[in-house]
Design a protein around this ligand. Structure first.
Ligand SMILES: [Zn+2]
Length: 317
């Protein structure tokens, strides 16, 4: 493993901000395939860091066994200041770095950082995986989200990743400043994984993704290994009209009675919305459709209209 600092910036009093890239490379003159893994764009999403840690452990062993046929780059913490404070945004600037990519005018430090990261990824990758977790409110089943325009190229690659779900959604302007969109526009296929919840580490989901990424490396000829030996799951393909969203009709505390990953039937109860002060149940939250419960509210504090659940349905929702 070769480690390189791709960015180092002085801070007023503390140690510098540094972005590290670890490289595992085949001892061949021209590597077969170059795959990059990125985590920590949002500093409160810690599962990607753990996934990178597990992959580094495995790749070190594979390197010793001469099992590398291509090149793997791991960027485990691309927003170090936000990671240190456990915040989604880059502190001080309060900027979402994943909304600064592809902009030509970059006067701020987060903007300059995203530019350097994007260029580094472009010059070192044939394929990129960008790992995210959900926000503080919702628990997500391991999934890959794909913008409709990139569906054809990305779905076959996403199927290698051992996720439960591939969600194809329409393009929106808001995606144009993300890392994933800019890399895909630059013809570097990029998969955006969304799993679990921020500020926590769901070990089972992380291990599931680790297996998936190892399988992706194997299927693309980047590693020559019998791992993973476990069977890779067939993801459920979901088109936009097959997602049923449940929103709270009242403000209250959400007490869940289901778990993500569960198959629910139409009308099945998934939780109660209670008035904790008045001692009454305001609303029984029921699934509007039968299908796979893939998003569920984890944060009990719920405002009126807040998302509570998403279900991947068998028929248009
Ligand atoms: Zn994120």
């Amino acid at each position: 493993m070769l480690s390189r600092c791709i960015l180092s910036v002085k801070t007023p009093v503390g140690p510098p901000i540094e972005i590290i890239r670890h490289t595992f490379s085949a001892p061949l003159p021209k590597p077969a395939q170059r795959v990059s893994l990125v985590a920590g764009l949002h500093g409160d999403e810690l599962e990607g860091l753990y996934i990178c840690h597990r992959l580094i452990e495995t790749l070190k062993k594979l390197e010793e066994q001469d099992a590398l046929k291509g090149e793997v780059h791991i960027y485990p913490a691309v927003n170090p200041q936000a990671l240190e404070t456990g915040t989604r945004l880059w502190p001080f600037f309060s900027v979402d770095i994943n909304r600064t990519f592809g902009q030509t005018h970059t006067p701020s430090l987060p903007g300059e950082t995203s530019k350097i990261l994007l260029e580094d990824l472009k010059s070192n990758s044939d394929l990129v995986v960008d790992i995210h977790s959900s926000n503080l409110h919702l628990m997500e089943l391991p999934q890959i989200r794909i913008i409709k325009n990139f569906e054809k190229k990305l779905v076959p690659l996403a199927k290698f990743c051992n996720v439960d779900l591939i969600w194809v959604h329409p393009h929106a302007e808001i995606f144009e400043s993300t890392l994933g969109y800019n890399l895909n526009q630059a013809k570097i296929p990029t998969l955006v994984i969304e799993t679990g919840i921020c500020l926590r580490i769901n070990k089972n989901y992380c291990e599931q993704i680790v297996l998936g990424i190892l399988n992706l490396l194997r299927q693309t000829g980047t590693i020559d290994s019998s791992e993973p030996e476990e069977e890779i799951r067939e993801p459920k393909m979901v088109q936009p009209e097959y997602v049923a969203m449940v929103q709270a009709g009242n403000a209250g505390l959400f007490i869940k009675q289901a778990e993500v990953g569960q198959m629910v039937t139409e009308g099945e109860k998934i939780g109660d919305l209670i008035d904790p002060v008045g001692g009454q149940v305001l609303e029984e939250i029921r699934s509007p459709r039968s299908g796979l419960l893939f998003t569920l509210r984890e944060h009990p504090l719920t405002s009126k209209g807040a998302p509570v659940a998403r279900i991947a349905t068998e028929e248009p929702a």
